[in-house]
Design a protein around this ligand. Sequence first.
Ligand SMILES: [Zn+2]
Length: 246
Amino acid sequence: MSFPPSATPRSDVRRVLCVHAHPDDIDFGAAGTVARWVDEGLEVAYLLVTRGDAGGFDDTPREQMPKLREAEQFAAAAAVGVTTVEFLDGYADGTLTPSLQLRRDITAAIRRYRPDRVLTNSPLRRWDHLAGPGHPDHLAVGEATTCAVYPDSRNPFTFPELLREQGLQPWTVREIRHAGAPDPDHVVDITEQYPRKLEALLAHVTQVSHRDEFDASIRARLADTARAAGLPEGRLAEAFTVVSAE
Ligand SMILES: [Zn+2]
């Protein structure tokens, strides 16, 4: 299967909402790009569907995990200049589906933040690389968020209780960035932002503190992405798929 090329990224974006399944998803896939957006003056907010309660690798009491991971995500966001971080309630790590409930909760967030661009996981599975992007929670959030962008958040007759009970007016998001999609072709040079991305990743202590040579392994992956896109040797990059949502 082949994919059409990404849309040209919009140049008039002011606000971005990043919607992901677990604490650390944004930081592995996109923290360098988020840091660039913040540098360029964009407002960026995070919406996490779960608190990552199935994560971790040691004997930390399970009931402590949601609080720990919530705090880690706030610290990671601060490392790239993001201060608005919201978590949905009622969703358990490992159980997500692109349900109407999830679409409604994400629609409510889109109507509150009114972003021009939404960054989320890809709803498409990669057959060359099952782990990571292919986590069922990632695919579910990618699908639910894409449905929330079109048509849910822009249609006043979808989830009418949001308008009736909370006064949340319809809102049209104009661009989606998918992370973890098959054949991503929009490449962002994050060489200058890499120290902040690494700081964000290291804030997820429960997830990364056991990994040897973490910096080198992350750097190698970003260098591969840059090289494959034809950037000069020594550059680091993150890659996405850009979809016009107009
Ligand atoms: Zn994840």
